[in-house]
Design a protein around this ligand. Structure first.
Ligand SMILES: NC(=O)C1=CN([C@@H]2O[C@H](COP(=O)(O)OP(=O)(O)OC[C@H]3O[C@@H](n4cnc5c(N)ncnc54)[C@H](O)[C@@H]3O)[C@@H](O)[C@H]2O)C=CC1
Ligand SMILES: O=C([O-])C1=[NH+]CCC1
Length: 312
């Protein structure tokens, strides 16, 4: 019988071995499209609940979702303590339950899932919104998401050059060394982004780091950090000069300082572009504001569980 005693525990190492970007990107693309159909495609996903931990900048987020198409019922619990120094800033677990009985089936480490599904989501947005074939990638930030974004984007696009900036230069140099000879560490954001076709912002900044004056016309920006309503990575002038796409309208209007502080208009969810109900305005500056959604974690966890062998 299916009981909690048969709960499967899945480690980060196991997930890292199993969760390949090619399957993940395809699954995420489908899930973003499904999400934007809302209840028509049987997705029930409230905006995440966030519990703030005073005097730490830290928070705990609870992210439940049900998706009929994917036959998955799951919740992620994620903490973000940006001031952590000796341990990572994010920690997460994903609990998957039987969608018919509610019995917990598996508890998965959520760190690798968070790193990879976020990058896979940016890949999907970039595929749909980038103007032509991108040659230069700029990454602002040099932590976990900077690495996963470099790997995931490089699976799909062939960049001639990658420019990294980090607020602590040693972080940018370390990542540039890891990536190798088509990668440079830049000492200024303006230098990193001036020729970029795709920009990824993956920092814990609370105030804007990227300005309108520095970017090329037609650039595509994946804005991945700044997940609090009073935090932003993008200067309001930049947000208001761009066509703004989000993962979830409700989520963006509640959580995204980049959108709330700029009083920006949201043009579409990326799922609406995938579904063909909203246009990809590729010739303009496009911003994909990513906050992260439970459905991304749920489909990633399901991929892992489906690929686990009985002995794992
Ligand atoms: N949209 C989504 O689905 C997700 C978004 N995130 C967000 O992405 C961002 C990066 O996450 P990770 O790479 O996991 O974190 P990390 O802690 O590994 O890296 C953070 C990076 O930001 C830099 N940084 C720290 N304070 C800064 C400041 N005041 N100004 C500029 N840079 C600063 C650090 O040097 C480091 O390079 C965070 O804001 C995080 O909350 C993370 C997971 C999912
Ligand atoms: O979706 C997610 O896991 C997160 N978004 C911002 C911090 C963590």
């Amino acid at each position: 019988m299916d009981t909690i005693s048969s709960l499967k525990l899945v480690s980060a190492q196991n997930i890292a071995n199993i969760l390949d970007y090619s399957s993940l990107i395809a699954a995420i693309e489908k899930s973003l499209a499904n999400f934007s159909h809302r209840t028509d495609s049987g997705v029930n996903q409230p905006v995440r609940s966030v519990v703030i931990v005073p005097n730490s900048d830290g928070f705990l987020g609870c992210m439940p979702v049900y998706s009929r198409e994917d036959d998955v019922l799951a919740t992620k619990i994620v903490s973000f303590f940006p001031r952590n120094k000796d341990v990572p800033t994010h920690h997460a677990v994903v609990l998957v339950l039987c969608a018919q009985t509610g019995v917990p089936r598996a508890l998965l480490d959520g760190d690798v899932i968070t790193a990879r599904r976020t990058a896979a989501t940016s890949v999907v947005a970039t595929k749909h919104l980038v103007n032509g074939e991108p040659k230069i990638l700029a990454i602002l930030g040099s932590g976990v998401q900077a690495r996963s974004h470099y790997i995931a984007l490089s699976e799909v696009f062939h960049f001639k050059q990658i420019c990294i900036w980090n607020h602590r230069p040693e972080g940018a140099h370390k990542l540039a060394d890891e990536i190798g000879n088509n990668c440079v560490a830049c000492s200024k954001v303006s230098e990193a982004v001036e020729d970029a076709d795709v920009i990824v912002t993956v920092t814990s900044a609370k105030d804007p780091i990227l300005k309108a004056a520095w970017v090329k016309p037609g650039v595509h920006i994946n804005a991945v950090g700044a997940c609090r309503p009073d935090w932003s990575e993008l200067e309001p002038e930049l947000v208001n000069s761009a066509v703004v796409y989000v993962d979830s309208r409700e989520g963006a209007l509640k959580e995204s300082g980049d959108i709330i502080l700029a009083k920006a208009e949201i043009y579409a969810e990326i799922g609406e572009v995938i579904n063909g109900t909203c246009e990809a305005k590729r010739e303009q500056i496009t911003i994909f504001k990513s906050l992260g959604m439970a459905i991304e974690d749920a489909v990633a966890a399901k991929l892992v569980l489906d690929k686990l062998t009985v002995n794992d």
